[in-house]
Write a protein that binds this ligand. Structure first.
Ligand SMILES: [Zn+2]
Ligand SMILES: [Zn+2]
Length: 183
C-alpha cells in the first residue's frame, strides 16, 4: 500500500510501507522524514487492529495511567480511594516430561553414568514452558464504603466489569481468578 506524505513545498509524495521510518526525497530537493508505519496508517485513516486488552492493560499499568476514572465505579462518588484486584488471567503452563524409569536406566547405562548417580539425578526433568504469566494488580477506583462490599470474587468481577478496559480483559479471560489485594 502507498501512503501520501507532504513536503514543506506543498507537493505530496507517495511512499510505500517499506519506506516507513526512513526518509524520502521530494522533487524540490528536500529530504523528508517518513513517519513510522503506525503513524502513516493513522494519517491515512487506516484503522489498526485493536490492541489486545491484556497488552493495553500492561501498557497503561506500565505508564502508571490506571485507573482512568476519578469517581467510584460503584456509587459514582468522587474519590481518590482505590483498591487493587489481583487478576490472574493466565499462567504459563509448565509441562514436565518425565521419562519412564527403564529409559532413565538405559540412558544412564549408555552414557556411562552409574545407576546411583542417575537415580540421584532422577528428579531432573525437562520442562517446557507454554504461554506466559498474565497476572495483574489492577487498580480499581472505589470509595472506601463501596470497597467494604468487595469481598467476594463475584462482586469484584462486577466492579471490574464497570471499567471498559477491564471488561474487555475479563471477556478475553473469562476464567480469570480474582482476589482483592487491599489498598
Ligand atoms: Zn518538496
Ligand atoms: Zn462508592
Amino acid at each position: 500500500m502507498e501512503y501520501q506524505i507532504s513536503c514543506e513545498c506543498g507537493q505530496a509524495i507517495a511512499v510505500s510501507e517499506t519506506a516507513a521510518g526512513t526518509s524520502a526525497r521530494c522533487g524540490c530537493g528536500r529530504t523528508i522524514a517518513v513517519p513510522l508505519l503506525r503513524e502513516l496508517r493513522r494519517l491515512a485513516g487506516v484503522s489498526e487492529p485493536p490492541l489486545s486488552p491484556a497488552l493495553e492493560v500492561e501498557a497503561l499499568l506500565y505508564a502508571g495511567r490506571l485507573p482512568e476514572e476519578d469517581h467510584c465505579v460503584l456509587c459514582g462518588a468522587v474519590t481518590d480511594h482505590c483498591v487493587y484486584c489481583r487478576t490472574e488471567c493466565e499462567r504459563a503452563t509448565v509441562t514436565a516430561s518425565a521419562m519412564p524409569i527403564w529409559a532413565r536406566m538405559l540412558g544412564g547405562f549408555l552414557s556411562g553414568i552409574t545407576f546411583g548417580w542417575y537415580v540421584f539425578m532422577g528428579d531432573e526433568r525437562e520442562e517446557t514452558v507454554c504461554g506466559q504469566d498474565r497476572i495483574y494488580a489492577l487498580p480499581l477506583r472505589v470509595c472506601k464504603e463501596c470497597a467494604q462490599a468487595l469481598m467476594s470474587p463475584d462482586s469484584l468481577r462486577d466492579a471490574l466489569g464497570r471499567v471498559h478496559l477491564y471488561e474487555r480483559l475479563l471477556k478475553k479471560y473469562p476464567q480469570a481468578i480474582l482476589s482483592l489485594l487491599g489498598d
